[in-house]
Design a protein around this ligand. Structure first.
Ligand SMILES: Nc1nc2c(ncn2[C@@H]2O[C@H](COP(=O)(O)OP(=O)(O)OP(=O)(O)O)[C@@H](O)[C@H]2O)c(=O)[nH]1
Ligand SMILES: [Mg+2]
Length: 304
């Protein structure tokens, strides 16, 4: 209805920023109630900013998930950091996420410095409250207050759902009044192709370790739906930087790539809402993380 479209409600953008592994993407998923962002315990999981829409009858909060800010060591790191910094210069509220269970340190200070430069209202969010006791929470809040001057503080847990409403109730009054930016039933602005490639990358992050997760980039080659067979065909390529990494991804007798495929297919079937044939291949693209063009081709950082 036209009246709905013109309705004025608190409506705006809230960026979640913080050092890698702070729990930003898990929080975004928990807030919108749908998996829109991949998550893993490997720092630097998120490589592009993405928007997720939290729509209520009386407000619309557009959450902007960002790659964890860190001191970059390669072109990929520079590109994803740039995307985070751009994201926070362009929002109504910055939610600075600090992990309640990991000592506040120089990584958080580095992020806080960049956040302060934006001159946006900052909400301090202490994540993973389920993994810290009361004393630890108090200590972390005190340490965080040394780094930023927040307009509000929220302690929450995406894992248990504790105080997620508190977060929403805190940010909504900080948003300007206006029409909703996105349709009410939209959950994310990411193209389907990006989400599919990301789901494959998530499984690699979760199933491999050491240098392998960071060296992986995934590109979607084909997405096709066969109506007669009611089957989606998804073909994707997992790129790594070295032959040794390719060996690890494939695994003994192809065991690892099969596992990656099985787990990714389950998630892709959920996303597409139907049967999926998933074909994965692994290729070596030497030192792609230093190649700006290749980084953009994957859609990392600011993307294409
Ligand atoms: N115990 C607990 N663990 C959590 C919670 N939220 C996230 N985690 C875990 O923390 C790890 C990192 O979570 P992510 O959401 O991927 O972190 P991120 O801040 O998006 O990380 P980057 O994308 O690398 O910047 C994962 O292993 C999560 O399962 C929480 O509320 N409680
Ligand atoms: Mg993330």
């Amino acid at each position: 209805m036209i009246t709905d479209a013109l309705e004025s409600v608190p409506s705006g953008f809230v960026a979640l920023v913080g050092r890698p592994n702070a729990g930003k993407s898990t929080l975004v998923n928990a807030l919108v109630g749908v998996k829109v962002a991949i998550t893993s315990d490997t720092p630097q999981t998120t490589r592009h900013r993405l928007r997720a829409v939290l729509d209520r009858d009386d407000a619309q909060v557009v959450l902007v998930d960002t790659p964890g800010l860190h001191k970059p060591v390669d072109a990929l790191g520079e590109e994803v950091n740039r995307s985070s910094v751009l994201a926070i210069s362009d929002v109504d509220v910055v939610a600075l996420c600090i992990d309640a269970s990991a000592q506040v340190g120089s990584g958080d200070a580095w992020v806080a410095e960049r956040v302060a430069r934006t001159r946006r209202p900052v909400v301090l969010v202490l994540t993973k409250a389920d993994a810290a006791d009361e004393q630890m929470v108090a200590r972390q809040l005190a340490a965080a207050r040394e780094l930023v001057t927040p307009v509000a503080e929220v302690v929450l847990s995406a894992a248990t759902g504790f105080n997620l409403d508190g977060f929403v109730d805190t940010v909504v009054p900080l948003l300007p009044m206006g029409p909703r930016f996105f349709p009410r039933d939209m959950t994310t602005d990411q193209p389907l192709e990006v989400m599919l490639a990301e789901l494959v990358r998530e499984k690699v992050l979760r199933l491999t370790r050491d240098e392998v997760p960071h060296a992986v980039g995934v590109a979607l080659d084909e997405l096709e739906y066969d109506e007669a067979r009611d089957l989606n065909t998804v073909r994707a390529t997992i790129y790594v930087e070295r032959d040794s990494q390719k060996g690890i991804i494939i695994g003994k007798g192809g065991e690892m790539i099969r596992r990656i495929g099985t787990e990714a297919r389950t998630d892709i079937e959920r996303l597409l809402g139907g049967k999926v044939y998933l074909d994965l291949r692994v290729k070596v693209r030497k030192d792609w993380r230093r190649d700006g063009a290749q980084i953009k081709r994957f859609g990392y950082g600011e993307g294409l």
